[in-house]
Design a protein around this ligand. Structure first.
Ligand SMILES: [Zn+2]
Length: 256
């Protein structure tokens, strides 16, 4: 083979390489690819738990859905696990389905020797979270600059029953006009299917100081709410109501 033909073959390879790589990269440049990443929060500690980062590849809001802050509020984290399979039409969906694995393993609101995770978050913009787990969840809120937070919980009694302090069947929002709008829409829609007034959902405001939702509102200005089902209802009803509320939020944001 002459030197000239070797050079020709080499040139053909170079040309083929450029045609192939440029044709592959054109669609990638036009639009970011959709992706699902599973990250570890508090990695390597006893608190280690999963964060799902589900990107649509299209511009849009960042929504965080959390379950299992309290370990005995099962419908919340079962519903949040299902949300991990969602693929948003736009924006980014973050899911921490089982935030507090120690409490979930213990099947208790709070694992023994631990503090209440929903009282460990800052209630001021510059405040700090208490403990490894709350710190790593707060870091997610700040790193992704979340726009919306839904935190899935359960109460042992109905909020309408004022003889207990439980807030089952309620949506507790941190005041902002859009959080109130979607909150009342969710409550109104779910109540259409509930025949007994005492079992209806209540629209409440101001999540407790130290709660995740309040911290998300005061630190990064997220629109946020706690959604509470009541453990007196059947398990499937509770999971369905959690999912209906999440679906209404995502539909409202044109992500579903
Ligand atoms: Zn709770």
């Amino acid at each position: 083979m002459t030197l000239r033909s070797k050079v020709k073959i080499f040139m053909v390879y170079i040309l083929a390489f450029f045609i192939l790589t440029s044709s592959l990269s054109i669609p990638l440049k036009a639009e970011a690819a959709a992706s699902v990443q599973v990250k570890k929060l508090a990695a390597g500690t006893k608190y280690e738990t999963k964060l799902y980062v589900i990107k649509s590849g299209k511009a849009g809001p960042v929504v965080l859905i959390v379950g299992g802050i309290h370990g005995n509020e099962i419908a919340g984290y079962k519903a949040a696990l299902k949300v991990c399979n969602y693929r948003p039409a736009r924006g980014t969906l973050l899911v921490i389905p089982q935030a507090n694995v120690l409490a979930i393993e213990a099947k208790k609101r709070v694992a023994s020797g631990q503090a209440d995770l929903n009282r460990a978050f800052p209630s001021t913009k510059s405040g700090t979270a208490k403990g490894t787990l709350a710190k790593s969840i707060l870091k997610v809120i700040k790193d992704y600059n979340v726009d919306w937070v839904m935190d899935m919980h359960e109460g042992y009694d109905y909020a309408k029953n004022t003889s207990t302090s439980s807030v089952g069947q309620s949506l507790i929002y941190y005041p902002s006009s859009s959080a109130k709008t979607i909150g009342s829409k969710i409550v109104g829609t779910l109540n259409k299917y509930i025949s007994l007034n005492r079992k209806e959902f209540s629209l409440l405001r101001y999540p407790a100081k130290g709660s995740l939702t309040r911290a998300a509102a005061v630190t990064v200005g997220a629109k946020s709410f706690i959604f509470e089902t009541c453990s007196k209802e059947s398990f499937s009803t509770r999971v369905n109501n959690q999912l209906k509320a999440a679906n209404m939020l995502l539909s409202y944001l044109n992500m579903k």
